[in-house]
Design a binder for this molecule. Structure first.
Ligand SMILES: CC(C)(COP(=O)(O)OP(=O)(O)OC[C@H]1O[C@@H](n2cnc3c(N)ncnc32)[C@H](O)[C@@H]1OP(=O)(O)O)[C@@H](O)C(=O)NCCC(=O)NCCS
Length: 182
């Protein structure tokens, strides 16, 4: 378990799948904005994208939970883990009722500590739509900087929209955001 002040990132459990699939996969608008592919109907059983997976060199799948209550808050993914260039990308999806409470900012901070201190990565990256203010701000609060804008790069609900690349190298990371973490 990776712990922040209020949230924790723990391994995906089979009992997490139903709620994550219902609130994150079956939200077609959210899927279009964050998955870079066309939504298709897909049952949660037996192979939801949220189904637990064995540990991999290239990907680490987590469930975001509230530390005190244990409630499932969302899904978090470290992907494109590249052990040669020592880099990886962060993906984060909170349940609708759990957004806007600072959990996303905390989760990014927990990922930074895991990526830099545990995996020994040199660089973390996050790609998001240009209008995703919450994601951009959560990244910037943890020291990520805007590195580029890919114009009209992503097809979302009938139009092309800009995508942003945010990056953070370990030398520019300050773990202060997690001060007091358990
Ligand atoms: C993106 C996401 C992970 C951010 O997590 P969050 O917990 O909602 O964000 P936080 O509460 O930590 O807020 C981060 C900042 O954004 C601001 N913010 C939050 N929601 C916002 C909104 N809807 N509009 C504008 N600003 C917003 C907050 O005020 C905060 O800024 P502050 O530090 O100056 O107060 C979450 O909103 C989410 O899961 N969204 C849907 C999935 C998604 O878009 N994932 C990203 C895929 S790339």
């Amino acid at each position: 378990v990776l712990a922040g002040p209020r949230i924790a990132l723990r391994a995906r459990q089979p009992q997490d799948v139903e709620v994550l699939h219902a609130e994150l996969y079956d939200d077609v608008e959210l899927f279009a904005r964050t998955m870079q592919s066309a939504w298709r109907p897909h049952p949660p059983i037996p192979d939801s994208p949220f189904t637990p997976a064995a540990p991999s060199e290239h990907e680490a799948k987590f469930t975001v939970v509230h530390r005190e209550s244990g409630d499932v808050l969302g899904s978090a993914l470290l992907f494109s883990i590249d052990t040669h260039n020592r880099s990886a990308q962060i993906g984060l999806w909170l349940r609708p009722a759990c957004r806007g409470r600072g959990y996303g900012t905390e989760a990014v901070g927990v990922f930074c500590r895991y990526g830099f201190r545990i995996l020994g990565l040199h660089r973390l990256q996050m790609d998001t739509l240009a209008d995703n203010v919450a994601m951009v701000t959560a990244a910037e609060r943890n020291g990520f900087q805007l590195e580029g804008r890919l114009r009209e790069a992503v097809w979302v609900d009938g139009r092309f929209v800009d995508s942003l690349v945010l990056g953070l190298a370990v030398d520019h990371w300050s773990p202060d955001a997690l001060r007091g973490a358990g």
